[in-house]
Write a protein that binds this ligand. Structure first.
Ligand SMILES: *Cc1c(COP(=O)(O)O)cnc(C)c1O
Length: 380
């Protein structure tokens, strides 16, 4: 089998440097060496999250941090407003319902970003609300949400603002401390290019104050336990030590590159990919596209499942399918991670052209690749 390429928005490909570090012997999680690692990681996570707040590491997938946010901040019967503009916004709603929270969804058609005025209207009509729940980069649709404006609205209404940045973290700018975001959740297998298994959650002072009033019980996901342990240099239970070593390496690399350059890298790959799609005569699915992935709305006569199957089996290239109702109708090309090579995007579009051609679609063969190439080189 020749080289394969993965353009799925998580798990993302793992750089060699991280794999080598994770191949080292597993540290004892009660050693001084581990405490030093945890301190370094916590400090570098504050840099990645662009916050002065605590960022806690949980051994769980990203959804674990979403659940931790709910159980630590809420009481059953609390009212919250959740933006549901795709599958992951829908997860906030499901989580809330699981814990008996009165959740008011703000429904937005897939492919569109929420209009902040719609959120304002719902908040005005909702009485006292504990939190506004949002998604930074909605991975199911490829849409980026205006977190800064939503943060202003949440603050004006005196509610906490909780943001799922599981895919957005390290790809699209997020400034929690300037944008009034109280809680941010992220995960290891997206922009950080680690295997799945770690989740992160940052908590503002206001969010910590709210935990005192919250009455949903928690044990494994108790953030107070996590914070008390962190102050002593440990985690409350055995963490995924191997993944934490990989995280140490990933965060060191992000610091070396610098966050501004990491954002610029994602912007460059995203712009070039979008240019390639346009040159093939295809339309973007996302109205306000995130730099995490490019979602493409396929022409209705084209079977996306068959297209992706050809691309995978004949080119060794994996592109993500649409989710739920958009399976076979939308494809999603990720350009996620500080170490993704810009030249990989040429392979993605080249494989897409191969598949379109095999499916009998008429287009200007080679135009997509040329447009990506020009985009990457920033030539007109
Ligand atoms: C991947 C993802 C999730 C789910 O994370 P898991 O690690 O699968 O639990 C939630 N929200 C967004 C925006 C995601 O991209």
């Amino acid at each position: 089998m020749s080289k394969t390429f993965n353009f799925v928005p998580g798990p993302t490909p793992i750089p060699d440097r991280i794999n080598r570090r994770m191949a080292e012997p597993v540290l004892s999680h009660r050693s001084a060496e581990f405490s030093r690692l945890l301190e370094r990681v916590s400090d570098n996570l504050r840099y990645l999250f662009q916050t002065q707040n605590d960022v806690l590491v949980l051994t769980a997938s990203g959804t674990g941090a979403m659940e931790a946010a709910i159980v630590n901040l809420m009481s059953s019967g609390d009212r919250v407003v959740a933006i549901r503009a795709g599958k992951f916004g829908g997860r906030w709603v499901e989580l809330c319902r699981t814990f008996g929270i009165d959740v008011i969804p703000v429904d937005v058609p897939w492919g569109e970003a929420v209009d902040p005025r719609q959120v304002e209207t719902v908040l005005n009509a909702s009485g006292s609300v504990t939190a506004l729940l949002a998604t930074h980069s909605e991975t199911s649709t490829g849409v980026l949400h205006d977190i800064e404006t939503l943060g202003k609205i949440a603050r004006e209404h005196g509610c906490l603002f909780v943001v799922d940045s599981i895919s957005g973290m390290g790809a699209n700018e997020l400034r929690p401390d300037d944008w009034n975001v109280d809680v941010v959740v992220a995960g290891s297998q997206k922009g950080l290019m680690l295997p799945p298994g770690l989740a992160f959650i940052s908590m503002s002072t206001r969010a910590w104050e709210q935990t005192g009033k919250a009455s949903i019980p928690s044990y494994y996901f108790s953030l107070k336990r996590a914070k008390d342990a962190l102050l002593k240099g440990y985690t409350p239970y055995t963490p995924a030590v191997t993944l934490l070593s990989g995280l140490d390496e990933a965060l060191a690399e992000v610091r070396e590159i610098g966050l501004e350059a990491v954002y610029a890298h994602h912007a460059r790959l995203a712009q070039a990919t979008r240019a390639g799609i346009a040159a093939l005569g295809l339309s973007l699915f996302a109205r306000t596209p995130s730099n995490v992935l490019t979602s493409v709305a396929l022409p209705s006569e084209l079977n996306g499942n068959a297209l992706l199957k050809i691309i995978k089996s004949e080119c060794g290239v994996t592109i993500a399918n649409g989710m739920d109702d958009y399976r076979g109708k939308v494809i999603r090309i990720a350009h996620l991670g500080y170490a993704v090579s810009p030249f990989d995007m040429l392979a993605a579009i080249s494989a897409l052209e191969y598949g379109l051609d095999k499916m009998g679609v008429m287009f200007d063969f080679g135009a997509g690749v040329a447009a990506v190439h020009r985009g990457l080189m920033q030539k007109r």
